[in-house]
Design a protein around this ligand. Structure first.
Ligand code: 4AD
Ligand code: MG
Length: 431
């Protein structure tokens, strides 16, 4: 008889079973020791009875500690009082890795739990969040492959220049030279697109953001796509369908985790099935100005404004046509007025705010050179990126979706850190 996972054991009750895992809790009571054993699938109460076990086995059970890894076997029976209504009476018990006194006992302060993140990952809260995160990453890939026939590809993390503006670049020494960590794989995707057509990537992006908010990381996981022959209209449809697909996957695969994390699945259903709202920047600005009258034309929305815009919403909001001053040089100008760009930010509901930045790219060399001049950028600095406009350029559009932010939204997390295994923020690069 081989080992089975705890969830399987619970389903197989009543029966004999061999299981292994870690001791989450243990207590001695009236000649019995109650262990709560956990693995990645579930938790099971296992009991050793001093009257029914031999001395050696009893001693072994007494020696066990919180977070020790153990292998045990015994008989499963129904017991109303046990979690999940099943209990295992221990007939054999072996400690595999005896744990020292586990540091996470009473101190549950945020800072302490971040210091011991490598151990806190074992908590139910982290496990549940990481399971949803896994679904999010997988659903994104599935959508790209199945719905868009897109190829997965990779850019470079060491880069010679900026994508999203200079203020958030991390410098890295590189054999006596100064280079940077990438802020986005977009430019590389645009290059690979000319080889593979629809392309996407999942990669880290780095931002030297000094902002200390609940949604900023210095290293985040960026899902980006780039598609030839499409414009803003088609891009918006891709984004709406993609988010719906991903939310549906989470609803289908993570009902238990969502509930445990305090996200009522019903509240996500509109984002899985209902039509999303679409508005131009100026319409949204008017709404924001009612609450923040000091905001004048052409100001970007920060965390506070986006919270205001989205807090009462049930589905994401697609905000298009920002003034060109608010967006990086590569966005294509709206030919209708040459003042706005054909871009879209997707704002998640319930106060979560921006999860996607996207738009049509300037694809004609002349427009690109003009825009760069206007922005005071030198075409030499962007050599190969500008070069792409010289050899059979085509209209194209793409997006960048922050997977950490997306996961924070669907799990209703208080802080983006809560859904990242090893979060990196302004003051934290450990463990
Ligand atoms: O809006 P951003 O800066 O757009 C780009 O980087 C484009 N080049 C993407 C593209 O078109 N390929 O970033 C895109 C998304 C944001 O909407 C947000 O979800 C996430 O990346 N993001 C962050 N997530 C966590 N922490 C940060 N500091 C983030 N900065 C951006
Ligand atoms: Mg943005």
């Amino acid at each position: 008889m081989g080992f089975i996972k705890i969830l399987e054991a619970i389903k197989k009750c009543p029966q004999k079973a061999k299981i292994r895992g870690w001791i989450k809790r243990m207590r001695e009571h009236k000649g019995k020791i109650f262990f709560l054993l956990r693995d990645e699938t579930s938790e099971l109460q296992c009991v050793a009875d001093s009257e029914k076990t031999n001395k050696e086995l009893w001693q072994m059970c007494l020696n066990a500690t919180i977070e020790s890894s153990v292998e045990l076997s015994g008989t499963l029976r129904r017991d109303e009082r046990a979690p999940h209504g099943v209990e295992l009476s221990i007939e054999d018990f072996k400690i595999i890795g005896l744990a020292e006194k586990f540091p996470i006992q009473k101190d549950f302060s945020t800072e302490f739990l971040l210091d011991v993140r490598h151990l806190w990952l074992r908590s139910a809260k982290m496990r549940d969040a990481l399971k949803v995160r896994d679904t999010v990453f997988r659903a994104f890939r599935e959508f790209m492959r199945k719905e868009l026939n897109a190829y997965e590809t990779q850019g470079a993390m060491f880069v010679s220049g900026m994508v999203e503006g200079g203020s958030t670049l991390f410098e890295v020494p590189y054999f006596g030279k100064k280079i940077y960590l990438t802020q986005s794989s977009q430019f590389y995707l645009e290059a690979v697109m000319y080889s593979l057509g629809n392309v996407y990537t999942i990669a880290p992006s780095f931002r030297a953001e000094k902002s200390k908010t609940t949604r900023h990381l210095t290293e985040f996981w960026h899902a980006e796509g780039e598609f030839p022959w499409i414009g803003l209209k088609e891009l918006l449809d891709i984004e709406e369908n993609m988010i719906k697909y991903m939310v549906r996957a989470v609803l289908e695969q993570n009902e238990i985790e969502l509930k445990a994390l305090g996200r009522e699945p019903k509240t996500l259903e509109p984002s899985a099935y209902k039509k999303y709202d679409r508005m131009r920047y100026e319409e949204v600005l008017k709404i924001v100005q009612k609450r923040f009258p000091y905001l004048k034309g052409a100001t970007d929305f920060g965390e506070k404004e986006e919270r205001e815009i989205t807090k009462e919403r049930k589905v994401p909001l697609l905000v298009t046509h920002y003034p060109k001053e608010l967006k990086p040089f590569y966005h294509r100008l709206d030919p209708e007025d040459n003042k706005h760009v054909l871009c879209c930010d997707v704002l998640a509901p319930e106060g979560y705010g921006e999860i996607i930045g996207s738009g049509e790219r300037i694809w004609e060399l002349k427009e690109m050179l003009e825009r760069m001049k206007e922005e005071g950028l030198s075409p030499e600095q962007y050599g190969w990126y500008v070069d792409l406009r010289r050899y059979g350029s085509v209209p194209h559009a793409g997006f960048g979706l922050g997977l950490d932010r997306f996961t924070a939204w669907v799990t209703k997390a208080q802080h983006i850190r809560d859904v990242v295994p090893f979060p990196r923020t302004l003051n934290r690069y450990y463990p």
